[in-house]
Ligand binder design. Sequence first.
Ligand code: AMP
Length: 281
Amino acid sequence: MPDTAQMPFNTTRVRTLTDLRSAVAALRDGGRTVGFVPTMGALHDGHIALVRHAKSLCDTVVVSIFVNPLQFAPTEDLDRYPRDEAGDVARLQAVGCDLVYLPTPDVLYPKGFVSRIEMTGPALGLETDFRPQFFSGVATVVSKLFNQVRPGVAVFGEKDFQQLAVVRAMVRDFDMGIDIVGMPTVREPDGLALSSRNAYLSAEERAIAPNLHTALEAIRDGKTTIDEAKAGLVAAGFGQIDYIALRDADTLGEVTGDTRARRLLAALWLGKTRLIDNIAA
Ligand code: AMP
């Protein structure tokens, strides 16, 4: 395998739909397969693991970087969301990504854009109880990006477990014919799930943050109840706990007698930062 650090890969950058379409057509030339990884940028090793996996599955890989205004409420962090285009492109180049798509909001949502995808099923509850606009925004942008790139495979992280379930349901329901692949969460050595939003944490908060993963493992292992774990997290310095919930991993509904696998999911605040995480349970 070539040493991509020594031999930088030529990652093409496009910003418009016209340029994207011609660049993807060139990639596809001769029947090459296209893998796709949608992101909001500020890329970390979790994102890069998805890109590497897409590369292992497909002949070519397209990554999008777009901080999607539709999935943020007016009170949320759209304006301060971390952005680092130069750093992101360098990382994508090092890992051999063929094409990076960097649309501006007017490219995705030109004047007069009026459509939305509304999801039920796995989109109900959990994140939606606290971010009611979120999955409509995600499903709408992901469906647009899928239509624009038309990949054979798209890779998503289990870090956003409910989102992965929502995307799978949307692709199935709208016959999109894209293979959705989920990847395990990449973590820091102390267990904290990598996230672009971890950049918001102060040194003190960063030291507290791994308690979330430890608490989820303790619940999974039957060492503590969810209520005890919540009290422990508040004592450790966390603020509001939006939810810690054990769900059916396939439907994200309540666990029933038909449940084949369970998932423990959490969202909570640490200072001004909202953290999410989940594990198999
Ligand atoms: P984002 O840029 O946060 O929208 O994430 C883009 C993709 O990267 C989504 O499919 C996420 O689930 C995935 N992702 C984010 N963090 C991680 C992580 N720590 N491990 C694996 N995948 C991740």
